[in-house]
Design a protein around this ligand. Structure first.
Ligand code: FES
Length: 102
């Protein structure tokens, strides 16, 4: 795993996400406000919804298709505990967002 620069810290509005591609991997990066950012897989495992188009509620992302929400610390779905998404470490360096991708 290695940190990859994906966006400027001010490129993503608070409470929203953006779709990022790196080394063939698609993932979603979210700005939770207060300097907190999260990165996770881009596809909802329920029915393949676009998580980057979802929104944050606390430290969870809500899928825009059917409302399943996922804890962005653990990746666990709060609606169906059998579902989960990959989550990736994020750091902010010099005003840029880096994600530790596999
Ligand atoms: S596709 Fe995400 S909740 Fe159904």
């Amino acid at each position: 795993m290695a940190f990859v620069r994906v966006a400027g810290a001010h490129d993503i509005p608070v409470g929203h996400g953006t779709l990022v591609e790196s080394n063939g991997l698609l993932f979603a990066v979210f700005n939770a406000g207060g300097g907190r950012y999260y990165a996770c897989g881009a596809i909802c495992p329920h029915e393949d919804g676009p998580l980057a188009d979802g929104w944050l509620e606390g430290d969870s992302v809500v899928c825009p298709w059917h409302g399943f929400d996922y804890d962005l610390e653990t990746g666990t779905c709060r609606v169906d505990p059998d579902l989960s998404i990959p989550v990736y470490p994020v750091r902010v360096v010099g005003g840029a967002i880096d994600v530790d991708v596999p």
